[in-house]
Design a protein around this ligand. Structure first.
Ligand SMILES: [Zn+2]
Length: 550
């Protein structure tokens, strides 16, 4: 008995030894350090899109891929060039609202902000205002705010609440319960209204629903805003004007029509809600300064080993841009180096690319692996958004996206966060790789904040590609690296999007390698699985996922 028992456990250990491939020794800690140090050095000037430092970073990443033996991802090129337009609205702009009881002016920045969807120096709009509640059309939840007799929204101004309708006692999982769904995001509201042909949208801001104060909207709209420059043959619907109003201004506007915002918002919490005509006319002449820049996504690939599966791809992403040169901090430092955000992710993905490139062809994963270093993430996920609209691998052949944005420099952990992995079947491969390494996998620690919608994996999810934002947890196996531990715990307050997000020699490269190795390991499992992962039917991204294959 005893003998058999021992023999069995040896056999099962052997089985694990055969299948649980550990790639740690294939990574070079020295190269990992050199790349993160180089990209976040002052010589790269914070890698702002369209700046010399940004161009230098793009060239460096392409060179590192070439030197490692990674093939170009766009024909013979490592670049996918993108044209951007930057816009800055005239702060003297007024929003005029008129009705039976006269006309009222609302002030830019104090009462509202607006940007032109037309990308023109002057956008003139004058249109009837309709209140459409949450502005959501979601068959998944049997919810449509655009129903009823007022169903022609072409050329109209729509007033819309942000966030999604609250769950109820009867339906605790309505719109994800406490979690924020994409239907609650302001980007969705604009997209849906544009699909309906609206001329403009006024979103109602409340601290509570937006999750941040008016000052955040004020500062991001009072400055240069970057957008992907629309080409002449781009048929994507757009709005003439995208505006936000303060809660107070929205109340005042509706009051001009004898309506009450609180009553309307209450009515909007029900499936029975129908759009409400206000009888008001909104007019806005929006002047904007404009400038044009170009900045590339950087792309590479490794061809898979299976002739039948190698036209399918697992895509790794890590944005390389940061905020460039900006306002000096209290030490006079004006270079926003973006070491953790996201030179670390770029260095980790370059490491993954190099390990795969050096693998003998027969040992490579069955599916191919694609590497995308998106531009302009900090400007609103623009590089990844552009890629999702102009994919270099067909979406129906894109198995999954694994995004790294902020890689562990403190010390090894035994927990990782796989944000969004639970939405699709890719959680199976992640859990399997974690089990082999005795890691715990956690999901979104704070789903109400909508973190899933805030990095480069999200544009992939939107077009139906199973995606995960992969990052380290905070359960450090060895917490002796005091400088690093302190830096991380102070990060949000002192270093996030500040000049002080810099590389230090006390960065622990074994932690970066650990995270990259795990990301590689589950990526390979996805690439070797018999079928591509798919979104679960109950998930909001299941519909676009199905659409990819039509
Ligand atoms: Zn980032």
């Amino acid at each position: 008995m005893k003998r058999i028992f021992v023999a069995l456990s040896i056999a099962s250990m052997l089985a694990i030894g055969v299948f649980a491939q550990d790639y740690t020794s294939k990574f070079s800690e020295a190269k990992m350090r050199d790349r993160v140090k180089t990209l976040s050095s002052d010589a790269f000037e914070g890698r702002g899109p369209g700046t010399p430092g940004g161009q230098k970073a793009a060239k460096y990443i392409a060179d590192q891929m070439r030197l490692a033996g990674v093939q170009p991802g766009n024909g013979k090129s490592y670049f996918q060039q993108i044209n951007f337009i930057a816009l800055k609205a005239d702060p003297n702009t007024k929003l005029q609202v008129s009705g039976k009881n006269g006309e009222k002016d609302y002030r830019f920045l104090d009462d509202f902000v607006a940007s032109t969807g037309e990308q023109k120096a002057l956008t003139k709009t004058k249109a009837e205002l309709v209140f459409v509640g949450y502005g959501i059309d979601a068959p998944l939840y049997n919810w449509n705010d655009y129903k009823g007799s007022t169903n022609d929204f072409r050329g109209k101004y729509l007033m819309i609440l942000v966030n999604d309708p609250p769950a109820t006692k009867d339906e605790p999982n309505l719109f994800g319960g406490d979690a924020l769904t994409y239907f609650g995001r302001w980007t969705y509201k604009y997209e849906e209204a544009a699909r309906r042909g609206a001329a403009g949208v006024i979103l109602v801001h409340t601290d509570r629903s937006a999750g941040y104060g008016w000052n955040v909207i004020r500062s991001s709209n009072g400055n240069w805003r970057y957008e992907i420059l629309r080409s002449k043959n781009d048929k994507t619907p757009f709005l003439g004007v995208r505006a936000w109003a303060t809660e107070g201004a929205a109340e005042n506007i509706l009051e001009q029509a004898g309506l009450n915002l609180k009553d309307l918002a209450k009515a909007a919490e029900s499936r029975d809600f129908k759009p409400v005509k206000t009888g008001l006319t909104v007019s806005l002449d929006l002047k904007s300064e404009t400038k044009h820049i170009t900045s590339p996504n950087i792309v590479g690939k490794i061809t898979g080993s299976d002739p039948k599966l190698r036209d399918q791809y697992v895509v790794y992403t890590a944005h390389y841009d940061h905020l460039g040169i900006g306002e000096p901090d209290k030490n006079g430092d004006k270079i926003y180096n973006g070491a953790y955000d996201n030179a670390s992710g770029v260095s980790a993905v370059l490491g993954i690319a190099e390990v795969l490139a050096k693998m003998p062809i027969k040992q490579r994963p069955k599916r191919s692996i694609y590497f995308l270093f998106p531009a302009a993430e900090e400007q609103g996920l623009l590089g990844a958004e552009y890629y999702s609209r102009h994919p270099l691998v067909p979406l129906a052949k894109t198995a999954a996206n694994i995004n790294l944005d902020g890689v562990n420099f403190v010390g090894k952990v035994d927990d990782f966060i796989a944000l969004g992995a639970n939405r699709s079947s890719m959680i199976d491969q992640i859990e399997a790789a974690a089990k082999e390494r005795k890691f715990t996998i956690k999901d979104d620690p704070d789903p109400g904040q909508g973190f899933f919608f805030r990095s480069d994996h999200f544009p992939f999810a939107k077009v139906g590609v199973p995606a995960v934002n992969f990052s380290h947890g905070d359960h450090f196996i060895d917490s002796s690296n005091k400088d690093a531990t302190k830096f991380l715990s102070d990060y949000t307050e002192k270093y996030y999007h500040q000049a002080g997000d810099e590389y230090h020699d006390w960065w622990d490269m074994s932690a970066m390698v650990q995270e990259a190795e795990f990301a590689l390991a589950f990526g390979i499992k996805i690439a070797n699985a018999p079928t591509m992962p798919r979104y679960k039917d109950t998930d909001e991204f299941s519909a676009p996922d199905k659409k990819r294959f039509k």
